[in-house]
Design a protein around this ligand. Sequence first.
Ligand code: ZN
Length: 458
Amino acid sequence: MPRSLALTILAALVATVLGACDPASESGQGEGAGWIALTGVTLIDGVSDAPIPDAVILLEGDRIMAAGPAAAVSLPADVEVYPLPGKTVIPGLVNLHAHVGRAEGMAYSLDLYSRERVERDLHAYLHYGITHMVSLGNDQAPGHAVIADQRAGRRQGVQGARMYTAGFGFSPPDGWLLDNPFLNRPSTPDEARTMVQGEAAKGVDLIKLWVDDGRGRLPQFSPEVSGAIIEEAHAQGLQVLVHLYALEEAKELIRRGVDGLAHSIRDHPVDEEFLTLARERGIIALPALVGHGANLAYADGPDFLDDPALPLLFADSVLEIMGSREYQEGLASAPNLARTREDYAIAAANALRMHEAGIPLGIGTDSGPPGRFQGLWEHREMELLVDAGISPMEAIRAATLNGARFLGIQDDFGSIEAGKVADLVILDADPLDDIRNSRRIHQVWMAGRPVDRGTGAP
Ligand SMILES: [Zn+2]
């Protein structure tokens, strides 16, 4: 066989194999893209304790083939090289508590929930490098339809962050979120089990439970009913995240098997009993400081409204109102602000104590309502964790690998390592110097391609 022909056949074989290896394409496009190397970057891979200077990230199709110091990564001959000197790369961010699809200007209502608004919000998340988000309660059919399209690799479903849903969620009859029709409200353990089975049949990814008596104003689930919800969720292979406020309720729920706390404990400092229990049961904690501190941030004079992406992604009316002195002074003089401040101080101290006790923290933000900006809010949560005393490296890990582990997707996501999907956030400055540099985004890559942040389409 002439040498040139042999080479042609070899090349064709390689192309076939590479094409076949291209996993049923995340991006829904499927062609075996060539090798790409991002070089000269500072790499924060999500697992190492220190950044890797002058690193190379080698991609093939939607996957990372190698990532590490330049000296340790050998490049194939036909690689396309993108030198990115001065840039820092972190993994795509994972938010475990947020809301989508129901804001329009300053209006916020479940009646507004639509596919168009869900996709708009997923686009905002991806613009800021949030590649995975969990919508924690009150999702309706259009949200489920977006998820189905995303997971089938249909193009319209990949124009934003990958969405996970807790479906409706669970709150007691006449309890928290009064008048909200998109909730399960069981009054007995049997009803609870049937309703969890209904959620599982809808294909939810997890179960959301509201345990909050509104500081004594509202009825609460009995331990038997919340226990039945958790038990049945586990029987269906679903984890349970809980909205809560109080320390003793957190202990009770952890004893009954809850998998994570979607808010901070805000009534008391966490104690040894809680820390031991939480550690032994392996729960994740989402402090949601940015959610609990939202009114404080506006009352004290927000320092984030000049973020350049806000006018691209959010309504002028919202930015105008949030930036107005009337709004900010209204919050500053609100009678409950002092209480919010006390609660926040407890929440921030509890985040640090849990972290120091070895309880994994994740990012949950409750972003979604007007002025709680999807995408930006997740970066602010990292900032507030750092303000609370957690290192920037650990805040980034909370926002990446810890979230991926909770979702059980850590083999594919959550860090920049060989074999994982290439979800990358490329930054103009190093977030270890100042965590606010995580917002200085040069590019977002999803599944091996740069995202068009104007439209959100990869
Ligand atoms: Zn929420």
